[in-house]
Structure formats: C-alpha cells, structure tokens
Design a protein around this ligand. Structure first.
Ligand SMILES: [Zn+2]
Length: 286
C-alpha cells in the first residue's frame, strides 16, 4: 500500500528524532546504513530488515528500471513486533526529488522480513526513479509481484470469478485511475495480474518503459510500440485469455519457501516458517 503526504526532509529528520524519543520507554534497537535507518524492538530483526531492504532495493532498481539506486534514496523503516502476519504502509514524502520515504512494518518475527517489506521498499524505489505521477495501477501491480501466499490465493479466486462470469474489469479505467483504494480488491488483483502478464511477455524493464511511454505518449501508442498489439481492446482480450488460463490451473498444494521467504541468513530461525503457516486476516471471496 502506498500513501503520499507532504513532508519536507527537515520534517523527516524531526520524525526520526520523534520516533526515537517516543520510544524511550521501550527498548529500541537501531540498524543503519548510509541510505536506510531501521528502528525495531529487537537488534536481530533490525539488522535483518536493514539487510533485506538494502539488498532488495538495489536488486529491484536494476531489475525493473535498469538503473542503480539514486545515491540520495533514503528510507526510514519502523518495525513493530506483533503476533499477526506482516502488514505495511509506505509514506512517500512529497519532496520534489521523491527520495525520502518512511515505511511501517508490523508483524510477527517470522513475517517481518519477506514479501510485505519488499512490496513497501519497491514503492520507495519506484517513487525515487519515476516520480509522483507514475500510474497507481502499475505502482501497486509491480509491488504486488511480491506477495504472500494468501494474497496469491485470493487473487487467483478473483480471477477465476472474473473468468466464470465473463465480467472482467476494464483496463482503460484502471490505467487512468489516479489511485487505488486498499479496499478495492478487484483493482488490485487486476493490476497485479496485468503486470504479471506484461512482464511475462517482455520482461520487467520493457514493462516500466511501456508505463512511462503510456503516460506521456498515450496507451495505444505504447501498447503498439512495446507489445505489438493494436490497441487497449486487444490488450484487454489478450490479458483476459492469459489470466483465465492462469487462474484455471491447479493451485500449488505446498509453499515454496524460496519464493515466499527470500530471507537472507535467516533460514535457521525457528520461526522462519511461521509466515506460511499463519492464516492471514483476509477477506473471504464468494
Ligand atoms: Zn502497495
């Protein structure tokens, strides 16, 4: 999920101080690099979050955008340990350079470092490299490529429902939406599936270039240039056919740890598998 607020870099520094000051009554451990500052109640968790956020941001910047991370990319990550599966939110500070970000991650120790953290970190990377007007559907669709097993299952159910009813969301309205409501599961599922489809066709960097061209040249021109399709209607039909096929396939009965838990150096932690065993608080889809 992404939230945008207007905070100056000076306010960010103040918020860091405030976060540390207000946490004096509890133990707050700190891990930091030149770009990332992590505040967490546990030193090992703070270090793990720092390592994963830093490594993932560098990797995602190269994979999706074909660029190194901007040197002035900065993230403050506040971690809260709970008994629930991880959830997160990113505030992208509305500075013209879009380089300052604040991320909150709440969750059980075994779920803090995983796809939710990656999702939020990717939002910060996208904002830094593409600015404030990067389309919401693409931003969320990219971030949702890093998702929990429960999110994946819910998305597959929704896609099967679209296919069964032949009532598919329209891509044009999605592409033009200025934001996605976190309650709009249909738009999230559609955005995630469309990104997955287009990445499967031409890769991540081509997808990002398509989005950048789409917002400046127009979607029709970008669709023709990057995917060889005539227009939005043809893209809609091509995606629907692919998505119906994907959703109709049998779902995995076991979870691949390597996919859901790309946790660096934490495979020996006794709670590593908790992430995939805990039932997530998800909306039941009919
Ligand atoms: Zn998001």
């Amino acid at each position: 999920m992404r939230e945008r607020i207007r905070i100056t870099p000076r306010a960010l520094a103040a918020s860091i101080f405030l976060a540390m000051a207000t946490s004096n009554s509890r133990a707050v451990e700190l891990a930091r690099s030149d770009s990332v500052l992590v505040l967490a109640p546990d030193k090992q968790v703070a270090e793990a979050v720092l390592q994963e956020a830093s490594t993932f941001a560098e990797q995602a910047s190269r994979e999706w955008f074909g660029k190194e991370l901007p040197e002035n990319w900065r993230v403050l990550i506040q971690v809260k340990i709970t008994s629930q599966p991880a959830s997160g939110v990113t505030w992208q500070i509305d500075d013209p350079s879009r380089k300052y970000h604040r991320i909150w991650i709440d969750g059980s120790p075994g779920t803090i470092v995983g796809p939710v953290l990656q999702h939020e970190v990717l939002h910060s990377v996208t904002a830094s490299l593409c600015g404030a007007d990067f389309p919401a559907w693409a931003d969320e669709g990219m971030a949702c490529q890093y998702e929990t097993h429960d999110s994946f299952l819910n998305r597959q159910r929704l896609l099967r429902r679209f296919a069964g009813s032949r009532d598919w969301p329209g891509l044009f309205n999605l592409f033009e939406a200025r934001s996605l409501s976190k309650l709009d599961l249909s738009s999230y599922a559609t955005a995630t599936s469309v990104v997955e489809y287009l990445v499967a066709r031409q890769g991540k960097k081509t997808f990002v270039q398509f989005v950048c061209d789409g917002r400046t040249l127009g979607w029709k021109e970008a669709i023709q240039a990057h995917y060889g399709l005539r227009n939005m209607e043809q893209l809609q039909l091509a995606w629907q056919g692919w998505a119906a096929d994907q959703a109709g396939r049998s779902l995995p009965s076991t979870v691949n740890d390597a996919y859901y838990l790309p946790v660096l150096g934490r495979r020996d932690r006794p709670d590593t598998r908790v992430f995939v065993r805990e039932p997530a608080a998800v909306v039941t889809l009919q």
